[in-house]
Design a protein around this ligand. Structure first.
Ligand code: GRF
Length: 188
């Protein structure tokens, strides 16, 4: 059995999509979802989906090995960041080399780094009149959005697209590709 641990800070629509993708797969299980936001919508989704979900505070993440040890105990094959906004501390990167993956809603290295998340990314794409955007799935290292790229896919941005339209196009790509890439990584 392959075990996935997910970290999410927000709505968790990717978490739900990943959970649905693996629902009937007897070889892959979602061990748990962790969130740093007490009121994150992802907690409601996990309740509905019967997935274990836990909230943690910054102390347990940044100033101790508390969360690290809990996750280590779960023996994950992959740690998936799905809309997770905190920087991954070094103790995690060292403990899980090439086992932590993130999805970024743009074509890295463009539109990455601190503060570049969610609508900030799509607004920037719009104001720079970009003609394409996409998603990047990458390994996580000590720096925001700088780990080795695993997979990218593009979508066209037309000049009539609003930032919300762009967000929607990117979400479609995320739902379509992220679970498949995770599946592929688990079977390698
Ligand atoms: C996604 O666009 C993802 O790429 C980014 O944060 C967003 C999370 O959306 N890192 P959701 O919480 O999965 O709905």
């Amino acid at each position: 059995m392959k075990r996935i641990v997910l970290l999410a800070s927000g709505s968790g629509s990717n978490v739900e999509n990943i959970a649905n993708y693996f629902k009937d797969n007897s070889k892959v299980t979602i061990a748990a979802v962790f969130t740093n936001k007490r009121d994150a919508k992802v907690l409601d989704r996990c309740n509905r989906l019967n997935i274990s979900a836990l909230y943690f505070n910054k102390q347990s993440f940044f100033k101790s090995d508390c969360l690290l040890n809990i996750i280590k105990g779960m023996e994950p094959d992959l740690i998936v960041l799905a809309g997770f906004l905190l920087k991954i501390p070094e103790n995690f990167v060292v403990a899980f080399p090439n086992k932590i993956v993130n999805i970024h809603p743009a074509l890295l290295p463009k539109y990455g780094g601190k503060g570049m998340y969610g609508m900030y990314v799509h607004n920037a794409i719009k104001s720079n009149n970009e003609t394409e955007t996409g998603i990047t799935i990458h390994y996580v290292n000590e720096n925001y959005d700088e780990g080795a790229i695993i997979y990218q896919v593009k979508t066209v941005v037309s000049n009539t697209d609003t930032p919300e339209d762009i967000a929607q196009k990117v979400h479609i790509l995320e739902y379509d590709h992220f679970p498949k890439v995770i599946d592929q990584l688990l079977s390698n």
